[in-house]
Design a protein. Sequence first.
Length: 176
Amino acid sequence: MTPTTPDDADSDTLPYRACVGIALFNRQNRVWIGRRLPKWEGDGGEHLWQMPQGGIDKGETPAEAARRELREEVGTDKATIIAETSDWLTYDLPAEALGVALKGRFRGQKQMWFAMRFDGTDADIDIEDGHGEKVEFDAWRWEKLEQLPELVVPFKRGVYDQVVSAFAHIAAGNSA
């Protein structure tokens, strides 16, 4: 299949890719973020930080996908789901990424977000292996939830604002 160019992609006819996002909270109620590797020319600039996210495989529930993505991208399974968003959150790719990002097949993503409590130690995190998939991040850190929208690429900020709102009670120490 020949990939489309951004000029060939019509965002009105492309579907959203179903995927999950994970807000992994440590014991201090900080959230794990990774600095992702750029995926296309001009991708991200200084806004390369994000929480783990990824597609839902056929036959997989969103919760199963969240657990798998955590293993693949963060290199740990030491976490418990403590909350999830009540609905799908969506973002559209910018024009320059249409036909390039997400294998050129999607206009953006619809995401179910999960808050997870990290039950391990920092030594349990391994972003260098890829765990059967390509490595997504080259650095990571714990960050305050409310800081995240300023760290991500601008086209994802609306989703991150909604995630901050949905999980603010956890960051404040009122987790389920």
